[in-house]
Ligand binder design. Structure first.
Ligand SMILES: CC(C)(COP(=O)(O)OP(=O)(O)OC[C@H]1O[C@@H](n2cnc3c(N)ncnc32)[C@H](O)[C@@H]1OP(=O)(O)O)[C@@H](O)C(=O)NCCC(=O)NCCS
Length: 179
């Protein structure tokens, strides 16, 4: 068993990718790079925490998060990072040489995504990153997402990636990916 050079998850399928260098990529990461060479994911690390604190403290990002209604506190943010369980995975989305957002799956197979760098919006970056997550964690389907009814961009994104709305909990729509 080897490890993918991008997502750093274990992979059996070794795939040499022809680029500037030869790298070992899992199939979903190879597909992502093939779809757009300027996009890849890496596991969230301690050095990313300051940037994602800033992103997640922007009301334009968190306004549709169910479990957050204000800017984050640094100590709580670090405590959250260090207390994550083994089945939760957070990945930084890289686009055009910079970090632009995060895509995640938690221990209950709920998916989340945001682009903190607004200059990356509407380029298909979130679509490619969410498709990547669905491919990479295909063995954990059905995947779910909880989307606020007024979050039009997110509803479009998840629908585009194959999620279907299954139920409603007040103003929260429950989306499911079960290919
Ligand atoms: C939800 C969110 C990640 C969606 O980002 P986004 O920029 O709309 O998504 P994409 O980058 O995939 O862009 C999609 C748009 O790019 C276009 N696009 C351009 N190139 C594309 C490509 N190669 N592939 C797919 N779409 C492409 C699509 O047509 C689409 O346009 P549309 O919005 O007019 O339909 C973003 O709005 C966000 O971060 N919101 C705040 C956080 C949040 O609410 N997260 C979700 C919580 S459930």
């Amino acid at each position: 068993m080897t490890t993918c050079d991008d997502c750093r998850l274990p992979t059996e399928a070794k795939q040499a990718h022809d680029g500037d260098e030869t790298r070992t990529l899992c199939k979903p990461c190879a597909t992502l790079v093939d779809s757009d060479r300027s996009i890849y994911v890496s596991p969230l690390e301690h050095d990313d925490l300051e940037l994602i604190l800033a992103w997640r403290s922007n009301p334009k990002v968190y306004r549709h998060f169910r479990l957050q209604d204000g800017p984050l506190d640094w100590d709580e943010h670090v405590a959250w990072f260090e207390s994550r369980g083994p089945d939760r995975h957070d990945f930084v989305i890289h686009y055009d040489g910079r970090r632009v957002g995060v895509v995640s799956i938690d221990g209950e197979n709920e998916v989340g995504i945001y682009l903190g760098d607004f200059s990356a919006h509407s380029h298909g970056v979130a679509t490619m990153a969410l498709n990547w997550l669905c491919n990479r964690f295909n063995e954990r389907t059905p995947l779910t997402a909880e989307i606020h009814e007024q979050n039009g961009a997110s509803k479009q994104l998840f629908t585009r990636c194959g999620f279907q709305q299954e139920s409603i909990d007040n103003e929260w729509l429950q989306y499911v990916y079960d290919p």
